[in-house]
Ligand binder design. Sequence first.
Ligand SMILES: [Ca+2]
Ligand SMILES: [Ca+2]
Length: 191
Amino acid sequence: MVLDMFKEMDIRMKELKAKDKEFDAKITAIEAREQEMNYKLNDLRTRVENSKDAIISTTTGYRGHNYLLSKPILVNVHEANRLCRLYGGYLAEINDKQEFQHLADFSSSHVPGSVSIGVMLGATDEGHEGRWTFLTSGGNMTSFVWGNSEPSRGANQDCLYISTNSKTMMDEICLKYTSVWQWRFLCEINA
Ligand SMILES: [Ca+2]
Ligand SMILES: [Ca+2]
């Protein structure tokens, strides 16, 4: 009777040890997977940072938001917005005149000489001429600092830009693949 009990206990112990080994193997596999994920995550981070270094020229902070000003590129507002999304933000949305003033001063101070260029912002009146909506958040834009004879509207001037020499807003077309227009874009990132 007692002998049977010992046998039974011995069998249970062996079973438990086998389970223990199985458990250890699983933990080891999970740890290896975690290491692999961390490696992939760091690799991805490095790629995004490298892309940022290649595209972004300079940054500023204002009221708890970060803004990234790109290097000159061909004009494509929707593509620029996608790049901003890659960096964790969106093409800058102007909520009031103070925000615009800060960004117009910031952009102008980084554009060399007397050249006036456009800086892409995240608003459009495409499909609803004269009513400007934010590209990413989707709401109506209400605060404008238009330049002389702006908005000039027209069939295709559906995107919003900072004009760097007058530090005002202008509407222009959203896409223009010509090397004559080497403009910039501005990302906004909520901190
Ligand atoms: Ca904003
Ligand atoms: Ca215009």
